[in-house]
Design a protein around this ligand. Structure first.
Ligand code: CA
Length: 223
């Protein structure tokens, strides 16, 4: 999953980026509102963490422009303590959630997960697809009740496919959302990772869940 962090405080942005990357997210950071809007438009993220107090263009203006352009990416606003007017304005503008500074990183993480789940229309931390269980909080995966050990990248790929279950996911989307752009990924590498994942998830199972859609990409579905 790809997260855009729009935050001008360098230290905070660095801590959030590092923490999210440790959880397996791909993170882009924008330092001002204008850059944030540009990134939101051009590098589709799965969630945006948007500070309100930003140089050039404030967070509310960024959010307003995003929603006007039809960008529906879930947004968590970061607000100053007691800035009630900002919170109300933010939610009215189309923010999905807000967090008051200073915050505990674990809370930000939980809110990000909650937003990503809402996007995937799953309400609990656990996603269940046939006998595949994915715990998005602990990253534990089970197939047929048996624990499956996945690397961080394999987990990220599985979660991405699971949130979009019954929809075709292209190799380009996988590269964009799972792997950082600076890694210069070849889309053939995606096939390699999908095969690793298949070996762990589908091998030996009666029903296959990860399907290749010829010429289009991959789809996680129950046949
Ligand atoms: Ca700020």
């Amino acid at each position: 999953m790809r997260i855009l962090v729009v935050e001008d405080e360098k230290d905070l942005a660095a801590i959030v980026k590092q923490g999210l990357e440790e959880e397996g997210y791909v993170v882009d950071v924008a330092r001002d509102g204008e850059e944030g809007l540009y990134m939101a438009e051009n590098f589709p993220a799965d969630a945006v963490i948007l500070d309100i107090m930003l140089p050039v263009m404030d967070g509310i203006a960024v959010l307003t422009r995003m929603r006007k352009k039809g960008i529906k990416t879930p947004v968590i606003l970061l607000t100053a303590r007691d800035a009630l007017a900002d919170k109300i304005k933010g939610l009215d503008t189309g923010a999905d959630d807000y967090l008051t500074k200073p915050f505990v990183f674990q809370e930000l993480l939980a809110r990000v997960r909650s937003l990503l789940r809402r996007k995937g229309e799953a309400k609990q931390a656990a996603i269940q697809i046939a006998d595949l269980e994915i715990n998005t909080a602990s990253h534990e995966v089970k197939r047929g009740g048996k624990a499956v050990a996945l690397s961080a990248r394999e987990y990220a790929l599985l979660e991405f496919l699971a949130y979009r279950k019954d929809n075709v996911v292209s190799r380009t989307e996988i590269v964009e959302h799972i792997y950082s752009e600076d890694k210069d990924m070849d889309s053939n590498v995606v096939d390699v990772y999908v095969n690793y994942l298949r070996n762990k998830i589908d091998k030996g199972a009666k029903t296959k869940l990860i399907h290749t859609v010829r010429g289009a990409g991959y789809m996680l579905k129950v046949e």
